[in-house]
Every structure is written in C-alpha cells, then in structure tokens.
Design a protein. Structure first.
Length: 352
C-alpha cells in the first residue's frame, strides 16, 4: 500500500483535475450566456434598423405625394369667345324681343300700307305673305315669325359679343405686365418643391445607411449563432468528460461542484488535510466550513481566473471565431489524471 503522503498527493491530483474541469464547464457556460445576450442584442438592433427603414419608406411616400401635388400645374384657360360667357337667359330674352318686334312690325306694316299706299312700308307684311304663299301657312309663319327673328338674334348677339371682347382687350394692351402679382406664389412653390426633394434625398440616404447597418448586424448575428453552436458542442464535451471523471467514486454527490472541489483541493494544498474521510478529513472540514467555502481566497481566485478566461474567449470569438485552446489542455489534464488513477488501481476505500 502506498504511503499516506502518496495517497494525499493522488487525492490532491484528483481534486485538481475535478477543479479544472468544473471551472472549465462554468467558463463555457458563461461564454454561452454572453453569446446568447450578444445574439439577442444584435437581433434587436437589426429589428430596430428594419423598423427605421419602414418608417422612412412611409415618410418618403408621403413626401412624394406632397411633391406631386406641388408639381401639378393649373390647366391653361381656353381662349375667350364672344358667346362663351353670355347667359342663356339673355339670349332667350333677346330672341323673344326680336320675335315680338318682328310680329308687330309685320302687322303695323300691313295696316300702314293700306292707309298710306306707300310700298316700302308694306315690305315686312308682303315678305310674310310671300312666305305663306310660297311654303304654306304653317311653314311660312314659322319662317317669318321664328326663323327670321332667330337669325337676327344671332347677328345681334355676335355683334354684342365682339363689342364686349374688344372692350376687355383694351385694358390688357394698356397694362404692361400683370404677372408680377403671381411671382411670389411661384417662388414659394419652387422653394417648397426644393425642400421636399432635399427631404426625400435625405431619407433615401438614411435608408441606405440603415440597410448597410442591418446587413452588417445580420452577418454578426449569423457569426454569433455559429459561435453558440460551437460553444454548446464544447460545453457538452466538457460535461461528458466531467461525468466520466467522476465515475471513480471518490467524492459523494454532495461534494461534487466547482466550489467544494476547489475548497478541498486548497485544504490538501495547504496541508490541512491528508485524507478525504475521517474527523479531520476534507469532507468533514468542508461540512463544518460550508458557509465560508464560497468566500474563501481559493474560490475567489478560481472565479477571477474563470472570468478572465471568459473575457479572453469573448474577445477571441468576436475577432477570430476560435474556441479557447485551454479547453483542450483541461480535457487532457482530466483524462491524464483519470488514466493515472485507474492504472494505479486505487479504490475509494484505499484513498480514504
């Protein structure tokens, strides 16, 4: 049987291997949590950029509608005509008056011709008689009392329209430049169009910037997702290596974990314990000092080293996307200690 010091050394080596594997598993777990936080942050930033793009697209659509409204030009007015603005009621009244006058002149000319025997005074009456004899009573009356007054009305209205148009054209020729009144609104419209065009151009530049940002964030998110997969794989291997390491049933389930094994390994390293069991064994001391184990200098030091490794790994993943090399070292250490322990053939009873 090996000496007590040899047993203590082997137990300390075993606890050292368990400590390395436990803190390696903790470190990889922390890296996985931070990678998920990074992925969540990148995804949120990408969604924010996409929301900004949608908002800017809507703003551009609104600005383009305003620009189209500003660019609409009033339709040119049609050239004025003599009868374009003449009221229908005025035309009707003119026709009725001329028709009545024609009828009165016809009747008076027949009466005056009989009284005076003057031939030219009977001309309207004789014209009406001619139409009746030539086309019949009904058609002759229509021609004489309706169509002839209509033709006279058209001629009169045409003359009135031409007179009105000539009167309206006189101020236009005398007034040199009436447009300056509309110069200020035209300048305001041009300024508004330029302002809208500048806003649209600015929005498009912002959209392009957000699209580039979203594309970069998408690439970083894909890289983070890949790192998560790789880290999970290594974490699973670390967990399996630790379980295999614990198959040598030296430590009860209660004392397995990064804090207990670190504290007990420090007890052996400081010479306070030389065995696991017994009144002054590491298991009993760990039970008695369980409240202070987590605050011990050895645990604090191991935690600081683990967090330093976490920062190093996160920095390495963000730059090179490489998993930490020390993992392979810790796995090799655990396997080497396990093989040494099994080759020596020690049992739980011998090591206690």
């Amino acid at each position: 049987m090996e000496s007590a010091s040899e047993n203590a050394r082997l137990i300390q080596d075993y606890l050292m291997g368990a400590k390395v594997l436990e803190w390696n598993k903790y470190t990889l777990g922390e890296v996985g949590s931070r990678l998920w936080e990074r992925l969540s942050s990148l995804t949120g930033q990408k969604e924010t950029a996409e929301a900004e793009i949608k908002a800017l697209d809507k703003k551009i659509s609104d600005l383009e509608k305003r620009l189209q409204e500003a660019e609409k030009k009033p339709e040119p007015k049609a050239a004025s005509k003599p009868f374009r603005r003449m009221e229908f009621s005025f035309m009707l009244r003119t026709y009725v008056v001329i028709a009545i006058v024609t009828a009165l002149i016809t009747m008076l000319s027949g009466w005056a011709g009989e009284k005076t025997n003057i031939s030219f005074m009977q001309a309207p009456f004789e014209l009406g008689t001619y139409f009746v004899d030539r086309f019949g009573f009904f058609l002759g009356v229509v021609i004489h009392y309706l169509l002839i007054p209509l033709a006279i009305s058209v001629i009169v209205l045409l003359i009135i329209g031409l007179i009105r148009r000539s009167r309206k054209s006189v101020p236009d020729t005398e007034t040199p430049e009436p447009e300056p009144v509309q110069a200020e609104p035209a300048e305001e419209e041009n300024a508004l169009r330029k302002e809208l065009e500048l806003q649209i151009a600015g929005c498009r530049e912002e959209i392009q910037r957000h699209k580039e940002q979203a594309a970069a964030l998408e690439q970083l998110a894909a890289l983070a997702q890949s790192d998560i997969g790789a880290n999970d794989k290594v974490l699973l291997e670390a967990d399996e290596a630790l379980k295999k390491y614990y198959e040598i049933n030296m430590l009860p389930e209660k004392y397995r974990g990064r804090v207990p094994v670190t504290y007990m390994e420090d007890l052996f390293g400081a010479g306070r314990c030389t065995a696991l069991s017994g009144f002054d064994g590491a298991l009993s001391v760990c039970d008695m000092e369980a409240g202070s184990a987590e605050d011990s200098p050895a645990v604090h030091k191991a935690l600081e080293e683990a967090m330093s490794n976490v920062e190093y790994m996160m920095d390495s993943l963000s730059k090179e996307s490489q998993l930490p090399r020390y993992y392979r070292y810790s796995e090799t250490l655990g396997s080497r200690v396990l093989e040494h322990m099994q080759a020596a053939g020690y049992t739980e009873a011998q090591l206690s």
